[in-house]
Ligand binder design. Structure first.
Ligand code: NDP
Ligand code: HSE
Length: 439
């Protein structure tokens, strides 16, 4: 059967992995797709590196002009692996306008401009496939959009940024400094072009935005996500959390609640006995709770050349299989039919309910604990556990660590403001949210 012709835009970490895996497993992939999938054109700004990756493979045109591939009538599918929202958006929209299917790993582009891109694709009768955009090699988009389609999804919580999980686990195990471990993650090809997107939770927010839209059948709403990263996380909080039986993980969470949908990324304490608390290194894991199936857990490599290529090529095979299928009967981009998306609101963070971990440094005097307890009680917050760390020899200050029962964010905010205003409180109160993730 006639091969499907692919134009690859960007042959860096993921593009290089995609080229290698497609070449290595060409026969098996052709058996599965029903026809050979062949990369016939590659664009990259760095021509020398592109030539190196392509090597002696015959029949591959190499160029630094990505648009020339998008405009090439012989190309059936465009794979966008450049990244970012600028030029990548232009090439994706132009490929769609030219009637080409698109495969992309670009979560930033889809979380921010997904509505415009999916609408354009829908109108043109082409597909934009993005399995690699969330959790690297884990087929989580397919699982939520197709495998769990019978369910009313209740919530999703995931470790969906490999770089930060790698940093948190490596720092905990080896005690190596943050900057060194981040440099490793960059060298291994895990980090985004701008690694602050990883560290500050932006990349995880891009991904949970896409999962949220698919889970709840809404347009993408990245601008409403609450985002906190790991840059302010202190080593002592990781230690104290362990003492209390928890691990700290950067979680992306989306949940259906009475007032709408929660959409948030922040470090959270997770009970150490949960499987997800033991997900280490670059591994990702996503817990999905459906009303019929209950809790399901998906685990695998969330970043890196070949794990991500695995998802890119799965999309290529899917698109190849449906190349000639009726556009009206394809799997919808965001799981529900385009005219049935709902504008469910994202609830403000102040209304979100979680249990909390609080760490405060106080002067070691009588009555201090009573003041703190009274402020929490005044705000309707009840304490689940508490530890007080004895002051070091000659020091008049002690750390108090509290776990609260579930409370509303605005109540804990008010309590923290009052605790910080006490004359006996030293510095700021550290607050981390706690997610029991019980099914
Ligand atoms: P890389 O930076 O390794 O690769 C991007 C490539 O695109 C580079 O070779 C770059 O060249 C090239 N490029 C940049 N601008 C242009 C242009 N205008 N025309 C042609 N080529 C261009 O990125 P990754 O492979 O890591 O990431 C690619 C995409 O995949 C991103 O959207 C990322 O978020 C996503 N992703 C990455 C994962 C990973 O593990 N790395 C996992 C999942 C998704 P130059 O270097 O010279 O700028
Ligand atoms: N920078 C991302 C991560 C790549 O570390 O998870 C995978 O999307």
């Amino acid at each position: 059967m006639k091969p499907i012709h692919v134009g690859l835009l960007g042959i860096g970490t993921v593009g290089g992995g995609t080229f290698a895996v497609l070449a290595r497993n060409a026969q098996e992939i052709a058996r599965r797709a029903g026809r050979p999938i062949v990369i016939t054109a590659v664009a990259d700004k760095n021509l020398e590196r592109a030539r190196e990756v392509v090597g002696s493979t015959p029949g591959v045109r190499i160029t630094d002009d990505a648009m020339s591939i998008v405009d090439d009538p012989s190309i059936d599918i465009v794979v966008e692996l450049i990244g970012g929202y600028g030029f990548a958006k232009d090439v994706v929209l132009r490929a769609i306008a030219n009637g080409k299917h698109v495969v992309t790993a670009n979560k930033a582009l889809l979380a921010v401009h997904g509505t415009e891109i999916f609408t354009a694709a829908q109108q043109k009768g082409v597909t934009v496939a993005f399995e690699a955009a969330v959790a690297g090699g884990i087929p989580i988009i397919k699982a939520v959009r197709e495998g769990l389609t019978a369910n009313r999804i209740e919530w999703i919580a995931g470790i969906i940024n490999g770089t930060t999980n790698y940093i948190l686990s490596t720092m905990r195990d080896s005690g190596r400094p943050f900057a060194d471990v981040l440099a490793d993650a960059q060298a291994l090809g895990y980090a985004e072009a701008d690694p602050t997107w990883d560290i500050e939770g932006v990349d995880a927010a891009h991904k949970i935005t896409l999962l949220s839209a698919i889970a709840f059948g809404t347009p993408v709403q990245f601008e409403q996500a609450h985002i906190e990263g790991i840059s302010k996380l202190a080593a002592e909080d990781i230690r104290y959390a362990e003492e209390l039986g928890y691990r700290i993980k950067l979680l992306g969470i989306t949940k259906r609640v009475a007032g709408g949908i929660e959409l948030r990324v922040h470090p959270a304490l997770v009970p150490a006995k949960r499987l997800i608390a033991n997900v280490e290194g670059v591994m990702n894991a996503v817990l999905v709770k459906g009303d019929a199936v209950g809790a399901t857990l998906y685990y695998g490599r969330g970043a890196g050349a070949e794990p991500t290529a695995s998802a890119v090529i799965a999309d290529l095979v899917d698109v190849t299989r449906l190349h000639t299928a009726d556009p009206e009967h394809r799997v919808p981009h965001l799981a529900v039919q385009a005219d049935r998306l709902e504008n469910t609101p994202i609830v403000p963070m102040s209304e979100v309910e979680t249990a909390c971990y609080l760490r405060l440094r106080v002067q070691d005097k009588p009555g201090v604990l009573a003041d703190v307890a009274r402020i929490l009680a005044d705000n309707g917050i009840s304490i689940e556990a508490m530890i007080q760390k004895e002051p070091a020899e000659g020091e008049g200050e002690a750390d108090i660590i509290l776990l609260t029962h579930i409370t509303r964010e605005k109540h804990i905010d008010a309590a923290i403001a009052r605790i910080e205003a006490l004359a006996t409180t030293v510095g700021r109160v550290t607050r981390l949210r706690l997610e029991s993730l019980a099914s």
